[in-house]
Design a protein. Sequence first.
Length: 197
Amino acid sequence: MPWPATARYGLEAAPGSLGLVQDLLNTISAGSPREPDLLQGIESAQKWVNEATAQWSEGVGQAVPDIILDAESLTELRSFRDDLQALVALGPEAAQEAVPVLHTATAALQLGQDGLVRLEPRGTGWRRLAALVIAAAFEGQRADTRRRLKTCRNPRCKVAFFDRSRNNSGVWHDVKTCGNTVNLRAYRARRRATGQA
């Protein structure tokens, strides 16, 4: 089962539970033609939450209690996504300098009789989802994969992608659609600035 929001943009998902962070970021309206914002209305947001948490559960082998959104939760979830988007766009080095805490979430770690440690998100609505997302981002930090989660530098795009380049130098979610377009615009602007036709 693919991550629902990320699959809309034809991207390979980030590894492990970091895919949940990427998928939340990819609920935005982007692409060409423009995909709708999955967090715009309660119905589409709830559908995304159900599919994304099912994917997370499948990946980690642990069920997540139902997360039910209401209008207030949806507003908070969009705000959380926007803050996360801004931090990912800054990059991990710049984000470390941003000291104020933007969001907190509560979760419990449980040691089962099988010897496995499981994450039990706390709270209701968007807070339960935020606990999963923040834990996934933390796991990505620990595995040193979080720094490869980026947003496309095309200002008209902002799709989140996992940079699989050897030296972690990728800046476009798709070089053909976003990279070429932005580079062509910059080239034409430089030519206009120097007075060339």
